[in-house]
Design a protein around this ligand. Structure first.
Ligand SMILES: [Ca+2]
Ligand SMILES: [Ca+2]
Length: 205
């Protein structure tokens, strides 16, 4: 029986490590095909045109060729399009599980004084902080949170008040991934290990 428990623990650990993919859709803002080497497309709140994300206010732009350049793929997102904007995405989470949040952020070189607000919210606030990049290049952000509900919302909003709203914090390579699971409920163990237990039981007879 002791061996059986070790086997089940291994299965659970494997299930957790195999699940390290990005839970966000379009976290690198590559869904827009930008034809020119220096161009941008504006996504406005309510238009529903930014794949995976909701534009929460004003507008944002996805651009390529402006500085700082993308750290992943070709495109970055500017949290101020032609006006102060914001984006959010809600993902399915499991209360008690731990998730990592990573992204790269930098200051629009053409409008270098800008800040943004990051909020991660489940049943209550999980992370809330101001992002204040100085200038290019990108900085890497890394943090983790323990989910406290079945959904978690990642929200970025521009706090830029200068430059008539054209330049906000640049974002790229935004990722949320599962890093560890809460101790499984007995029912979960049963689901994962039912086959193994059954085989062992049969062998013992
Ligand atoms: Ca990108
Ligand atoms: Ca802009």
């Amino acid at each position: 029986m002791k061996n059986t428990l070790i086997t089940l623990a291994s299965i659970t650990a494997l299930a957790a490590s195999a699940d390290a993919q990005n839970l966000l859709t379009n976290g690198s803002f590559e869904a827009d095909s930008l034809s020119s080497s220096r161009t941008f497309v504006v996504h406005t709140a309510g238009a529903g045109t930014l794949s995976g994300w909701t534009v929460t206010t004003g507008n944002v732009d996805v651009n390529t060729g402006y500085h700082p350049l993308a750290t992943d793929g070709n495109n970055v997102l500017d949290l101020s399009g032609t006006a102060v904007g914001g984006i959010s995405q809600t993902i399915a989470t499991t209360a008690g599980n731990t998730y990592s949040l990573t992204f790269d952020y930098g200051s629009n070189v053409e409008y270098p004084i800008d800040t943004a607000l990051l909020n991660v919210t489940g049943a209550s606030s999980l992370i809330s902080e101001t992002l204040a990049p100085t200038t290019s290049p990108f900085r890497s952000y890394s943090n983790s949170f323990v989910a406290n509900s079945a959904t978690t919302t990642i929200d970025f909003s521009s706090l830029s008040t200068n430059n008539t709203g054209f330049g906000g914090v640049f974002l790229d390579n935004v990722s949320v991934s599962l890093t560890s699971e809460a101790v499984p409920e007995p029912s979960s163990i049963a689901l994962l290990g039912l086959g193994t237990l059954g085989l062992l039981a049969r062998r013992k007879r």
